[in-house]
Design a protein around this ligand. Sequence first.
Ligand code: CP
Length: 321
Amino acid sequence: MPPLGAVFFEKMQSFKGRDILDINDFSKDELLYVLNAAKEFDPEFVKSKRSNYTLAQGKIAALLFFEPSTRTEQSFSSAAQKIGMGIIGFNDPKATSIHKGESFSDTIRIMDSYADVLIIRHPESGSAKKAAEVAQIPVINAGDGPNQHPTQTLLDLYTMMKEAGKLDGITIAFMGDLKYGRTVHALSLALSHFKVKQIFISHSTLKMPDEFLKVLKERGVAFEECDRLPESLEADFLYQTRVQKERFKDLDEYKKVKDKFILDASFKKYLDKGVKLMHPLPRVNEIDPVLDHHPNAIYFKQARNGLYIREALLTLVLGRI
Ligand code: CP
C-alpha cells in the first residue's frame, strides 16, 4: 500500500464534495486511496491517542434512514461524532412529514439546507442517485434496496486488506444468496480490479447472475462455481451471506433454499486451516454462534472496520483531510 503524504494531499481534491453512490464509480487507485485513508482512523495503525474531534467540528451529518439498519446507521453516527460532527435525521419516516404526504425530493431539499452531508438508506434502487440530483451537498448511499451499498464494499475490502496484508493474490469464496445479494455483486466487481480468484458457492436457484460473470470474464478474472462447500476449500476468505426472505416473490422457493448453506460447528475445521469467515451481517441462522470465538471468524471485526471507513469517507467528502 502506498503511504499517505504528498499523493494523498494531491488526490484530496477529487473527493471533496463528491457523492458516494456506487462502488463502480471508483477506480482501483481511488479504492486504495480510501482504504489508506481509513488506516488514519484505525487504532491498529495509529498508535497515538490523537483525537480527531476537530477534523469536522461545526459540520452536520443528516442520517436519513427510510429502512432499518443497525451497523450502517450507528457506525455513521459514531464516525461523524468521532470527527466532531453534529447529527440530525431520522430512522422512522412515519415520524416525519413524509407521513403527511411530503415527497422524497422535498424531504431531501429541506435536509440539504440543514446539513453538510446526507447519508441515505432507502428500499428503492436509485434513490440515493435521485437524492444527489436534488441535493447541493455530498450524498452517501447507505444502501438503496437491492442495488448498491458502497460503504459496505469498502469496509469489506478494508477487512481483507488488513487481514491478508494485501488484496492481489488472495482467493475469496462467496456463499449463500449470490442472486440477490448486493454485497456479493458489488464486492465481486470491486475485487475484479485486483488479482483475486473468486469462487461462487450456491444452490442453482441462487447463482451469481450471468451479467456479473460476463463482466468478470471480460476483465480476465479467474473464477469457479460450485453447488456445495468443497471439502478442501482453497481460499483465504469465505464470505457467507443471508438468504434474504424479503427478496423472494414465492415464499415456497425461499423455504426450499433457506437452510441449504448453513455453517454449523463442523465448519471449525475450515477455520482451523486458516479460512477467514466474513459476513456483512445481520445473520439469521447461517453461521452458528458456536463459531464466533474462533480467531478466524472475523465478522464482528469486519463490522468494526466500518467505523474507520466511514470516518475516512466523511472527512474526505468534507475536504477536511
Ligand atoms: N451490513 C449492514 O448494512 O447492516 P445493517 O443493515 O444493520 O446496516
